[in-house]
Design a protein. Structure first.
Length: 156
């Protein structure tokens, strides 16, 4: 079977949302997913796209997702932020992830970005080992901070 890596389209969003939910379930956070298909359509395919994505496709089935946006660092400039990177469970460990990840890296080069950033859970040893194959730096220094829309609304 031949796996194709290509830019995601609006028509791919239902499959992308399923993969987003599959990743959230794997991370024991499925209840945290509140994004809707309509949100994804508006945010990714409106007047000003907030994100882009690549898909891995095999036999007309989307089996992988690389979901990203451009982040700006006041210290270093433009970076690709890899928000979600997931391969369907039954397709893992056969090279599809590498192919998809490497295409994402090529986007950094093509867009002349200063690098690529992502987060990985400290217990996800398979993902950490995958990223280390690329000599990635995995930091244990930074903690994530976040305010939700609900928290902001309570404050305002």
């Amino acid at each position: 079977m031949e796996t194709t890596i290509r830019e995601g389209t609006k028509e791919d969003l239902p499959a992308a949302l399923r993969l987003i939910k599959e990743l959230a379930d794997f991370e024991n956070s499925i209840d945290e997913v509140s994004i809707t298909l309509e949100d994804l359509e508006n945010d990714g395919f409106g007047d000003r796209p907030w994100f882009w994505f690549l898909v891995a496709e095999e036999n007309n089935e989307i089996i992988g997702l690389s979901f990203y946006w451009i982040r700006y660092s006041t210290w270093k400039g433009k970076f690709l932020f890899l928000e979600d990177f997931v391969i369907k469970k039954k397709y893992r460990r056969v090279g599809i992830g590498s192919k998809l990840f490497e295409e994402t890296i090529k986007i950094c080069k093509k867009k002349d970005l200063n690098g690529m950033i992502w987060q990985v859970l400290d217990w996800n040893s398979q993902a950490i080992e995958f990223y280390k194959k690329y000599n990635a730096n995995i930091s244990k220094k930074w903690l994530n901070g976040k305010l939700t829309k609900k928290q902001i609304n309570r404050f305002i």
